[in-house]
Write a protein of this length. Sequence first.
Length: 459
Amino acid sequence: MKKKVKIIGILIVVLLGVAYGIYAYFQPMAIEAKVIEPRESEIYFLETGVVVNKQQQYIYPSVTGEIDEIMVEEGMHVKQGDVLMTFDTTAVEQERLAQQIMLAGYEAQMANAEVEIQMQMDTLRGTRQNLVGQINSLTAQMNTKEQKELEDLLVNQSQSQYEQSIEDLKKHQQLYEEGYISQSELEAFEDVVEGYEAAYKEAKAANQSSDDYYTSMRNALYGQIDSIDQTLGRDMLTPTKKYYQSMIDSTKTALETITTQLEKHTIKAPFDGVISEVMIEDVNRVQGMDYLFLILGEADNHVEVTVNTRDIESIHVGDQVRLKHHLRSGDVEINATIAYIGDSATVERSPLGIEERKVLVKVQPEANNYLKSGFEVDVKFILFSEGNQLIVPMSSIYQVGDKDMVMVIRDGIAVEQEVVLGYELTGEQIVTQGLREKDVVITDLDAKGLKPGIRVKKS
């Protein structure tokens, strides 16, 4: 009896095992799969950009000097033309005063030039009359004390005239160099000077020797008279006025230069804006390359970002991008448009120390209430964006010959499905033909026992 019971138990166990095996054989295989739903697809790359003010400008000094007064502080709003700071102008003011005094003197001399020349002419005429009188009395006074005094007088007079002619020649040479008189006029006056020189030498010779005294004295007197006659016959007023006018013009030019220098001693705001930085709070003296202020204009901000040369051909002016501004209260996304793409690349070093060649790109945000100059933002360059796309994981795609295939679950059976692929995304692929909405695509093609035609279910 016990043996019969034992056999029956074994038979029951065997039957249960066979029954479970038959049940398990007909159960579908659980496998990883994904229900395909239409969604938006994007191809993009990210770069980090910096918010820049369009009118951001560092202000430099136009002169080197001591700081007199700083009129602004950081955060202050200014209008175009407002004075930001001034330099000490003591030395320049002194130079301007000296030039003004010189100008007044030249203008006074110009105004009195006609009277001055007339007085010189009258003096020369009087001297000529005196010389003629000396010639007339020369014979009666020969070999007398009075004659010797006369000789000394003639020497002194001829020396004085010669030295004055040298001074006048210097003025004529300056007028010639500045283009106020011609070379022929200069040469004519040089001849007059030579006449005065000859008369002076003759007078000295006559005073040193009594040989042919009468002849030499008379020749000396006539030589002086000839020189005076040449001077009286020349236009002395015109070159004199030209000389003074050249001095006036030169002085006015110097004053204009000083006025320009004084203007440079005052630093003004180039446009309406805000003083972002003051770099000279603890400085007494500045030079031409020193920063003074950073002023930010009131124009809208834009974002500057550098893009790798391998990606630059994929973007164009006018393309839409998205900015992501990270704030403690939450990220803010802002639409923007590419406004500028540079023509050349520069070398930059990545955070990993790799050299990259990048091109400057400027984007203009549609709204910038959250954007402040100097802030960093993520710039999302969208190369492709399309809605209502069927997208499958890359792990679900395989090839059979030259065909792209996926395996789908249809009526509980694993079925091979040929597909036509579109753009490749990050880890995913767009399918343009071969699938339909709600298809269940198997994503684990390496599952043990998976093959077309078996019963499967989504795990």
